[in-house]
Design a protein around this ligand. Structure first.
Ligand SMILES: *[C@@H]1O[C@H](CO)[C@@H](O)[C@H](O)[C@H]1NC(C)=O
Ligand SMILES: *[C@@H]1O[C@H](CO)[C@@H](O)[C@H](O)[C@H]1NC(C)=O
Length: 449
């Protein structure tokens, strides 16, 4: 954003008109320019809900040799080599108490777990251009799983672990066929239960739904694989409550595939996850223009709305999450996805997803690539880290409908405030995003008696 950022003289006043909606007039000036707009917050009923711990970030498997467009941006940010003793990392996660952390990504369907019964040597990924995703299979040793869990416990994180869903399947021209061989996954789950590590959810597979990335699995096969996972969880956690969530499929939304999968896996899955990379490839030099274009941002609403429709007509209680969203794929773009401007995409996504009843939103990544909430080498927070924290601290579970009359460059989202308050004292948040070459990002708390 070339021009300097100035805090504009925004005054936002609230007046309370009736119980059914709250109107807010906004006037802001910028170098003499005055633009008027009206925000209506329909406060009577909530249109959606988010989890108390809706903010989620991912940790990935990518080794240091993972490069995109000639740049290698992962450093030591892999689940296998991340410095878990780093104080900044610990405090960054602790600040959320709790932060949801989803462990997974492209290489997750090539990971073995070094449990006792694993007969192969437990070795790391090796760069190999002939292999799917450019790496051989890798392995998570149990001592590393112990270290990770000790870190998550200390940091108060809620962990979602993405299991290898390709185990046992054979490839037939891009399709992975046959049933899931869950032997190794079941050993990991049983090991985890024995060690009394708390896992918030077990997720099956990464980007294998629809036409798939690298490989695809048919919806009916996926539904029976998830039923197998449900069985394992029920058995391994017998007598233990609450049981971890069963989550799937963790891939890109495809209406037909999702419809079939949701109808066939209705009772097995608690949460349906989908991934979002709506800004295109990280190499794109015009990412900033896309991010600052309201109609471009609006494009993603179709996906949220279709998925919400499918869930509503499915008569299940299954909830939807964004299981991984990094904006620009292939590791993002340095000085865009790790810069201040990215919050215009990220905060807008948090707001929009909530409007469509998406309970949790996992940002790719907590650390690693160019889209980390933390700097990959120094662990120092990037701007989006603070956006995430602000969202987490301010925005409550109940999502309210807003209508904004005025420029399309102001986007408004409202939630009841985070603190639980009595019905009489009704707090709400208005979040205004002003997208232009300058910006204001204003949170304003109003109250109604
Ligand atoms: C499943 O995988 C395990 C190794 O994890 C292997 O020992 C077993 O034979 C496989 N089962 C089938 C049915 O292929
Ligand atoms: C992360 O830290 C490194 C080392 O100090 C620095 O070169 C890089 O620009 C930082 N990235 C961001 C997005 O600030």
């Amino acid at each position: 954003m070339g021009s300097q950022i100035r805090l504009l003289g925004l005054c936002l006043w609230m007046y309370l008109s009736s119980l059914s909606f709250i109107g807010a007039g906004a006037v802001y000036g910028r170098e003499g320019e005055v633009v008027k707009g009206i925000v209506l917050v329909h406060g009577k009923t909530a249109i959606g809900r988010i989890d108390d711990d809706s903010v989620c970030a991912t940790l990935d498997w990518w080794p240091p040799q993972k490069c995109d467009y000639g740049k290698c941006s992962w450093g030591h940010a892999s689940l296998l080599n991340l410095d878990l003793n780093n104080k900044i990392l610990l405090n960054a996660v602790k600040a959320f108490s709790p932060l949801k952390i989803r462990l997974g990504g492209t290489l997750q369907d090539k990971v073995m777990y070094g449990t006792e019964d694993c007969r192969q040597p437990c070795t790391p990924f090796v760069l190999n251009a002939n292999e799917m995703f450019g790496f051989t299979q890798g392995c998570l040793p149990m001592y590393r799983w112990d270290e990770l869990n000790s870190f998550f416990q200390k940091a108060g994180a809620k962990v979602v672990f993405g299991l290898n869903a390709l185990a046992g399947k054979s490839m037939k021209s891009g399709s992975a066929v046959g049933p899931w061989n869950y032997t190794n996954a079941e050993s990991l789950i049983r090991y985890t239960v024995r060690k009394k590590y708390t896992i918030h959810g077990w997720e099956l597979g990464n980007e294998l739904c629809g036409s798939g990335i690298g490989a695809s699995v048919a919806a009916d096969q996926y539904a029976s694989d998830v039923a197998a996972l449900r069985n394992i969880v029920e058995n391994a956690y017998r007598g233990i409550e609450p049981k971890p969530l069963v989550i799937a499929p963790g891939g890109f939304f495809d209406s037909d595939w999702f419809k079939e999968f949701i109808s066939k896996s209705g009772k097995s899955a608690d949460v349906i996850t989908h991934h979002i990379y709506n800004l295109g490839p990280g190499v794109d030099d015009h990412l900033t223009e896309k991010i600052l274009d309201p109609s471009y941002l609006d494009g993603e609403a179709n996906t949220f709305s279709s998925l919400k429709g499918i869930l509503q007509s499915s008569s299940t209680s299954v909830k939807s999450w964004v299981g991984e969203a990094g904006g620009a794929y292939n590791s993002g773009h340095h000085l865009v996805s790790d810069a201040f401007v990215y919050s215009f995409w990220y905060l807008d996504q948090l707001g929009m997803s909530a409007v469509y009843d998406t309970r949790t939103y996992c940002r790719q990544s907590l650390i690693g690539g160019n889209y980390g909430l933390l700097n990959t080498s120094t662990f120092v927070p990037n701007p989006d880290y603070y956006s995430a924290l602000l969202w987490h601290r301010l925005m409550g579970g109940r999502v309210l409908l807003t209508t904004f009359y005025g420029t399309k460059k102001i986007r408004t989202y409202a939630h009841c405030a985070k603190e639980s308050v009595s019905k009489i004292l009704y707090l709400y948040m208005v979040y205004v995003l002003y997208v232009k070459s300058d910006l204001i990002l204003s949170y304003r708390k109003g109250s109604q008696y």
